[in-house]
Write a protein that binds this ligand. Structure first.
Ligand SMILES: [Zn+2]
Length: 284
């Protein structure tokens, strides 16, 4: 009897110990997995986190995060820039545009075409003298001709360069596609090939991210153009505005009288486009 009770007492703890050991396996496995996870997270953190999170990347670029990733005392404001651009000039309204820009002491960029008149040459020289940028917009502006092939496009562009060089004293290295770098007239292959060759030639094209929608047959009301510019530009830091400079656009200056003070008030500066400006493009 005593022998039997001793034997039972000796077996029971052994069973309990075995049960406890079995129950501990999931805890050990979970602990091991957690350890592996933490190690991986620490190991991959620097590249993956900054590469996949543009907000963090931007903050780091802007100096808002210090080396340890904590918030710096005085975050830098991102630069707020407006690029005013006018296509299709020089024209009968160019002088008014230049007068207003001079009055406001701000520069703009003119994507010009081949207007071989004394008046046009005078306006082109004035653009240069007053610090504006000149870009290529094709000589003929004839969609059927320039988009017939990449060769046709660059032959037309060369004609414009030959016309401009003696007048303005340099060869522009920026251009704008008539209709933009994505347009319904040209074939995809043609546009892609023009882009490829442009890069080879060191030319940079600019599209836009804000527009007046002033391409109608008659002049659009200035307040509607301004509203279109402001609504399409939104709160972007870099706003590249497309407007037109031709004899129909008689409301262009009145539109400028609305949007220039508007953006000045919001702390934007006005700059010209150059080949070094970070491009805004519909295709790259
Ligand atoms: Zn145009």
């Amino acid at each position: 009897m005593p022998k039997k009770s001793v034997s039972k007492a000796a077996v029971l703890p052994r069973i309990r110990r075995k049960g406890a050991k079995t129950a501990a396996y999931p805890i050990i496995i979970l602990t091991a997995l957690l350890g592996i996870f933490v190690c991986c997270a620490l190991f991959f953190r620097p590249e993956s986190r900054f590469a996949e999170d543009p907000a963090v990347d931007t903050a780091a670029d802007a100096g808002q995060l210090d080396a340890g990733g904590t918030q710096a005392a005085e975050p830098e404001e991102p630069e707020k820039v407006v690029y005013l651009t006018f296509d299709d000039g020089p024209s009968a309204v160019t002088e008014d545009i230049l007068d207003y820009l001079q009055q406001e002491e701000i520069p703009a960029t003119f994507f010009v075409i081949g207007m071989e008149t004394d008046r046009a040459e005078q306006l082109l020289r004035r653009m240069v003298t007053e610090g504006h940028a000149i870009g290529l917009h094709t000589y003929s502006h004839s969609y059927s001709e320039i988009y017939a092939s990449p060769d046709a496009f660059f032959a037309d562009q060369e004609k414009l360069c030959n016309y401009l060089k003696p007048i303005i004293g340099y060869l522009p290295t920026i251009f704008r596609f008539p209709g933009g770098s994505c347009n319904a007239t040209a074939e995809e292959w043609t546009l892609n090939e023009i882009c490829r060759r442009a890069k080879e030639k060191g030319l940079v094209w600019f599209d836009w991210n804000s527009l007046a929608e002033d391409s109608g047959a008659t002049a659009a009301p200035a307040d509607r153009m301004a509203q279109n510019i402001i609504s399409t530009g939104g709160g972007k830091n870099r706003i590249l505005i497309l407007m037109h400079d031709n004899s129909v656009r008689t409301t262009a200056v009145d539109c400028l009288r609305i949007i220039v003070p508007y953006y000045k008030e919001k702390g934007y500066t006005f700059e010209t486009l150059t080949a070094d400006t970070k491009p805004i493009q519909f295709r790259d």
